[in-house]
Design a protein around this ligand. Sequence first.
Ligand code: UD1
Length: 338
Amino acid sequence: MSKVLVTGGTGYIGSHTAVDLLNHGYEVVTVDNHINSYDAPLQYIEEITGKKVSHYNIDLCDKEATEQLFAEHQDISAIIHFAALKAVGESTEKPLLYFENNMKSLVNVLSLAEKYGVKNFIFSSSCTVYGQATDLPVTEETEMKEAESPYGRTKQLGEYMLKDLAQFSNINVISLRYFNPAGAHSSGLLGEAPKQVALNLVPVITETAAGKRAETVVFGDDYDTRDGSCIRDYIHVEDLAAAHTCAVTYLLDGKNESSYEVYNLGIGEGVTVLEAINAFEKVSGKKLDYRIGPRRPGDVIAIYSNYEKANDRLGWEPKYGIDDIMRSAWDWEQNRPF
Ligand code: UD1
C-alpha cells in the first residue's frame, strides 16, 4: 500500500482527492494549516471511505514543523501539493503574501522531499497560467502569456521551478492545470466550504438561491462571446480528484516519458456565465436572483481545455457535466454537514 502525502488535504479539492486515493487502496497523510478549511472534512473522509487518515495541523512555511511529518512518515511515495492561497483579488492587494506563502511552502516541501527521498510530486496548477489565451481550446502546448494576477504568477513560477528541479534532480513532477473545479461529493458529506467568503461562480449562485446572499452579479455581458458573458470549462471536483489518483498511479508505475509533464484537466466544453445560471435554474427548479454588473478586472474572456493528453496518457476521462455540477453543488448547499 503506497503512502501519499496530500498537502491542503482538508481543502476542497484536497479532501475529495484524499477520498479517491483511499478508495483506490492508497494510504493517505494530510497536512493543512486550516486558514481556509475546517477540521470537519477529516471525519467525513474517514466516514466515506471507512479508512483512517493521519493528519497534521501544520503551516508548510514552518519547515521545522513540516520536517517532523516527514521524519514520522519516511515511506511516503508521492506528494500531491494543493496547499496554497488562491484568491485572485486578494493576491492583487497583497502580492507579497502570495509570493511568500505559495513559494516558501512549495520550496520547503520540495527540499524535504529531496532530503527524505520522495521521488514523485504532483503540483496543483491552473489554467490561469495561460493568461488571455487566444487559440481555443488550449492544449498543453499553448504558450503561457503574462499572468493576470500575482496568484497566477505563483502558479507559473511554481511550474518553472518544478521543471528545473525535475531536470536537475531525481524527482519526477506532474503539473495538473485545473480549469474551473465545482460541484460536491456524491455522498453529500464533502463540498466547497471555504472559511473566507466564497467568490467563485458556483458557490455564489447556490448561496444566492439559499438566501445567504442577496443576489448574483454577472460580471459583464458585453464580451465577444455567444451571449456576452465569459466562458469557462467547469469540471466536477470528483472528476478532478480521480485525475490525481490516475497521475499518482502513472508516476508510481514509472509510465512517465519525461521527468516533467503537464496535463490540462477540464471537460473540454466552454460554458458561459449565463448558461451556468440556466443550468442551475433547470436542475434546482428555482429562479435565480441575478443582475448584470460591470466586468471584473483581470477576468479572462474565454478559456476551455483540450484534455486529450490526460485521456491518452493518464487514462483519465471526465464523467460529469455542468448539470451534474449544479445538482451536486445545490444539494451540498442545502444539506451540508459543516
Ligand atoms: C480563476 C482562475 C482559476 C483559479 C480561480 C481561483 C482563470 C481563467 N481562472 O477562476 O484558475 O483557480 O480563479 O479562484 O484565471 N463570475 C460572475 N459572478 C460572480 C463570480 C464569477 O459573473 O460572482 C464569473 C466570472 O467573471 C468568470 C466566471 O464567473 O467569468 C468564473 O469565475 P470564478 O468562479 O471566479 O473563476 P475564475 O475567475 O474563472
